[in-house]
Design a protein around this ligand. Structure first.
Ligand code: WT7
Length: 656
């Protein structure tokens, strides 16, 4: 099962010596949505009643018979209820004054901007839903969406949700192979893409990549194509398959598609995430509980007010964007900024110019971005008025105290609370997090489980460790936005998450609680890496490498990286006749780019004549990590050939 990865020497002790404390200011506390710590006891006394209370924030077509059916690991939330996510994110707001409130404030990378009010969003979602229906999309059909960060992405998701067709959004950085793997795994019959997208001043050829993917996607019947980069003439449209989005929506006119009354457990979406095998897992999220969990956490973790301007900088291709750009914020009727491009285009102050331009009040970003900004220097944020900001959030990986304090002081002008939120694709919603009007913050700690959530830290044998110790993070009670299963593989869902510690959800993260019970996340304890906030499985990259004719064997490990948190290093053994020279490094990096996407290209590739293996031929990545980190080698007695190590070490040191 899981192999423990020791946190880098000194990390833990340094973290636990952190003695800075940031209590909420009196002014913040006074206005906060939740400012009474009694909320924790209230939720703990009756978690189901707590979630039922939160569920009142959602509009249901039919109320539930029971809040929860729980047969480990199968959860059904709001059993018997009927609901629609699109209705909750759009229709209900246009029945109120919010109809003219900004829903999506879009900033294109080239500098174009577009504001969609809830009324506009309603019209576009209906037009898109009508177009999908005309193309033949039916309730239950899977729709693959491969788009950059443009409003059409949110519109497409909500249109799918409206008619009960689960979407699977594929991050625009993924390769053709990654698209076809996902499309084929879930048997999607429709797809939505764009001619291209803007990134760092260039056009990303989305349609080309999609076309290559479609060569091995026999289930896809139609592809809707958004015109984003005006490459209309350059993009070939396949007769009978490809349809321009703008034409199709024009044809829809002002057609209204009534939102389907869906069972609370109707699939809302499938989102693929990396695991410990070569094959990504399609996490299935359903409707009612997911809406409750995302809307509630969004409102209380960020202390959302009606007049806030919320900006989550994640890509909608990841779960953060699903939960906190689309479903949570829109269900709450929030004004959401959506930015298409890169933080350094045209210059390194782009984020701060957006904050100033739109008066962003809540900013939610990743530690890797914060560390990048630290590197670029204070002069970039200093060019802009950031006084509109009032709450800052981070997600995706552990945040080092130094970056946390920088974020608070330089971006938050030393007055905004910073909420470090722990969760995963599988959890759907934020689960371990401060509440900004209640929690005394400690830089680097995600602090405490959200009300109603029960987490613990266990040792190897499943025993809760005493305060002050570390172990495996588990969740001990279901929560509404939890993934229900892995699409097509319920067995893997069980073994992956629910058998390591029976009755507990095994997150795959190491954690420690300090003597006051604060949770400190310590990174993954399995063969899953977190590179610049992107989750990548070592096995996926290894399979990509060995699929190249030059590679006989490969092992991939994570090495610490100042900005990205972790970077990928690969050890490869080449077949006879191939040379491990710099050209081969480039060839293999590009090959991984083709197989998975640029995010999975190893930073470093080392060529070795052999890899360290156990007698049962399992590659011992732990030893490779030790070599890469220059550590004294751990236990090597299980190695089939102990001499291999010295040789790899030497080759590694020579190539460094
Ligand atoms: C993994 C999940 C859900 C948001 C984006 C990532 C790591 C996430 C934190 C945090 C320490 C964190 C964990 C987790 N992670 N947030 N605040 N502190 N680690 O989603 O791709 O499913 O990755 O990200 O290791 O297991 P994901």
């Amino acid at each position: 099962m899981a192999t423990t990865h020791e946190p880098a020497a000194g990390t833990l002790s340094a973290l636990l010596q952190e003695d800075r404390r940031y209590p909420p200011s009196d002014a913040f506390k006074a206005q906060a949505n939740w400012n009474d710590p009694a909320i924790y006891q209230r939720a703990e006394a009756d978690p189901e009643a707590f979630w039922a209370e939160q569920a009142k924030a959602i509009d249901w077509f039919k109320p539930w018979d029971r809040v929860l059916d729980w047969n480990v690991p199968e959860a059904k939330w709001f059993v018997g209820a009927q609901v629609n996510a699109s209705y909750n994110c759009v229709d209900r707001h246009i029945k109120s004054w919010r109809r003219n409130k900004a829903a999506i404030i879009f900033e294109g990378e080239p500098g174009d901007a577009r504001v969609l009010t809830y009324r506009d969003l309603y019209r576009e979602v209906n037009r898109c839903a009508a177009a999908l229906k005309r193309l033949g999309v039916k309730k239950g059909d899977r729709v693959a969406i491969y788009l950059g960060m443009v409003p059409e992405l949110a519109i497409a998701m909500l249109a799918c949700a409206r008619i009960g067709a689960p979407h699977t959004v594929i991050f625009a950085g993924f390769s053709a192979d990654s698209i076809s793997d996902r499309v084929n795994d879930c048997g999607a019959s429709f797809a939505i893409t764009a001619d291209g997208g803007w990134r760092r001043g260039s056009k990303i050829p989305l349609k080309d990549t999609m076309d290559r993917a479609m060569e091995s996607c026999p289930t896809i019947q139609k592809v809707l194509v958004v015109n984003r980069t005006d490459d209309a003439r350059q993009v070939p449209m396949k007769e009978g398959r490809d349809v321009w989005w703008h034409r199709a929506l024009e044809e829809s006119g002002a057609e209204i598609v009534e939102p389907e009354a869906l069972d609370a457990e109707h699939p809302l979406y499938i989102l693929y995430t990396s695991g410990t095998t070569g094959k990504p897992k399609g996490m299935l999220h359903t409707t009612g509980g997911y809406l409750v969990g995302t809307a509630c956490s969004h409102k209380y973790v960020f202390d959302l007010k009606e007049e806030d301007v919320f900006w989550c900088t994640a890509d909608v291709g990841w779960v953060t964007g699903h939960s906190y750009i689309v479903y949570g914020p829109l269900a709450n009727g929030a004004a959401c900024v959506m930015y298409e491009g890169s933080p350094d285009y045209p210059d390194k102050d782009r984020f701060w110019s957006i904050v100033e331009k739109y008066g962003v009040t809540i900013l939610y970003t990743a530690p890797t971005a914060i560390r990048t900004f630290m590197r670029w220097g204070k002069e970039y944020p200093a060019k802009h008025d950031l006084t509109s900001l009032r709450v800052l959030g981070t997600v995706g990986e552990p945040i080092n105290p130094e970056a946390w304090v920088w974020y608070r002081e330089v971006i938050g002008l030393d007055r905004c609370p910073v909420v470090d939120t722990w969760w995963m694709t599988e959890t759907g919603q934020i689960l371990i997090t401060p509440l900004p009007g209640i929690t005394v913050l400690k830089p680097g700690s995600a602090t405490f489980p959200f009300p109603g959530v029960k987490a613990d830290v266990l040792d190897e044998n499943g025993k809760s460790v005493p305060l002050g110790s570390g172990g495996y993070l588990v969740l001990q009670r279901p929560w509404p936005a939890m993934a229900r299963t892995i699409w097509g593989d319920p067995e893997r869902y069980k073994t992956q998450y629910w058998t390591r510690f029976p009755g507990n959800y095994f997150a795959g993260d190491g954690a420690k609680r300090d003597d006051e019970g604060y949770f400190w996340l310590l990174g993954r304890v399995d063969d899953v890496l977190n590179v610049a906030g992107h989750r990548i499985g070592t096995m996926e990259v290894e399979s990509a490498l060995v699929s190249h004719p030059a590679v006989a064997e490969a092992a991939v490990i994570g090495i610490s990286h100042e900005v990205k948190g972790q970077a990928l290093a690969a050890f490869a053994t080449l077949r006879g006749g191939f040379t491990g020279d710099p050209a081969m490094v480039e060839t293999l990096r590009n090959h991984v780019g083709e197989k998975i996407g640029a995010i999975a290209k190893p930073d470093k590739i080392f060529f070795t004549s052999e890899l360290p293996k156990t007698r049962s031929a399992k590659i011992m990545r732990r030893l490779l990590r030790d070599i890469a980190e220059g550590k004294v080698l751990g236990d090597t007695t299980t190695l089939a050939d102990p001499t291999v190590l010295a040789s790899i070490k030497q080759q590694y040191e020579e190539s460094e």
